[in-house]
Design a protein around this ligand. Structure first.
Ligand SMILES: Cc1cc2nc3c(=O)[nH]c(=O)nc-3n(C[C@H](O)[C@H](O)[C@H](O)COP(=O)(O)O)c2cc1C
Length: 330
């Protein structure tokens, strides 16, 4: 791990990753869930092609897709892309081509929501342990995964990575931040397991490290492998900064190319800087949209195209700041 960064780095300096991929500049678009897949099929669509082609024309050094799901039973939202045997390989390749037509390398973010899968997707979510998300009744109590299921899921991440790289994407980013499945394994608040997947930090990091190791084995050393990790959950007794530093060292030893550092989760959504006036905490749009009031206003502001009953499905469009800030919808 580098101890210090060179001070004379410019935004337009290229960056060569360990895998050999060269990013033309230091501007990266972080993952933003697109909400544009058809919820009946969860296929990549022309809307993805147009969106990513347009972003790339802006001159990004790196583009990262919104989170794509490894299992269609468990979605971060109904309009996610899912990569599995039913995925249209032609559409996937078209997406990769469109995103990279201007020469912008694009990584696909791979995710499983774990317990942060709303009741509008399933009333039977799965997670490291049966610990429910403490947010306004929008989430069911998850079932604790069996050992063999966890092992299979680590392999699923690698299979999805293989599929998207085969389709032409420059690599993948494994989502281990924001309280989704890999992040749930890392946190002692959500991982109460007493087996090899829980307890010590080493055990709690095992799922992520296995997913990374198997992904690397599947995609090879000349393709980009990134991880998004929380610096902390910002919760008492949760995943903390020292833990994050140790996990970063382990990830480096696994040979990842890039580490993106973020923070928070649905219960402690520090990442968006939105303040809940009742608690003084910050709230991110995922959580704001979970509020009934937020749902109505987000939909009223022209957000949801799905006609779905939940604000969880409302995209991050105009009006999403309003419920907690008590502003008049524009
Ligand atoms: C519209 C929108 C959608 C987002 N979707 C994702 C996503 O799919 N995956 C992800 O890791 N982060 C997602 N994020 C979070 C951002 O990538 C980023 O982490 C967040 O804005 C906070 O920035 P920071 O991580 O640099 O603190 C989303 C943010 C926004 C505004």
């Amino acid at each position: 791990m580098v101890d210090s960064l060179p001070v004379d780095v410019r935004l337009d300096d290229p960056l060569k990753l360990a895998c050999g991929l060269v990013l033309e500049n230091r501007l990266a678009k972080a993952a933003m869930t697109e909400c544009v897949a058809d919820p009946r099929t969860n296929q990549p669509s022309e809307r993805h092609d147009r969106l990513y082609a347009r972003w790339a024309r802006g001159g990004l050094g790196l583009s990262i897709t919104g989170n794509v799901m490894v299992d269609r039973r468990y979605l971060e939202r109904t309009t996610n892309v899912v990569i599995d045997a039913r995925t249209d390989r032609v559409a996937l390749r078209r997406w990769a081509d469109a995103a990279q037509a201007s020469g912008t390398p694009t990584l696909v973010q791979i995710n499983h929501p774990g317990r942060q899968c709303s009741v509008f997707v399933t009333r039977k979510p799965v997670a490291p342990s049966a610990v429910k998300v403490d947010v306004l009744g929008s989430f069911a109590t998850p079932r604790a995964l069996e050992d063999h299921e966890i092992d299979a899921l680590a392999t699923r991440y690698a299979e999805v990575a293989g599929d998207v790289v085969d389709a032409g994407f420059s690599g993948v980013q494994i989502h281990a931040a924001h309280g989704y499945l890999a992040s749930q394994f890392l946190s002692p608040r959500t991982n109460l397991r007493g087996d090899r997947w829980g307890g010590s930090l080493e055990n709690r990091a095992r799922f992520l490290l296995e997913a990374v190791r198997r992904t690397r084995a599947r995609i090879g050393s000349s393709v980009a492998l990134a991880v998004k990790l929380n610096s902390a959950d910002f919760q008492r007794g949760g995943f903390e900064e020292d833990d994050a530093l140790q996990v970063a060292r382990w990830l480096e030893a696994e040979g990842i190319d890039l580490l993106e550092v973020s923070g928070g989760n649905y219960e402690s959504p520090a990442l968006m800087g939105i303040v809940d006036e009742r608690s003084g905490k910050t709230l991110e749009p995922h959580m704001q949209a979970a509020l009934p009031d937020g749902a109505q206003r987000a939909n009223a502001s022209g957000g949801s195209r799905e006609g779905a009953p939940s604000g969880l499905h409302a995209p991050w469009g105009r009006g999403w700041r309003q419920p907690l800030e008590k502003k008049t919808p524009r």
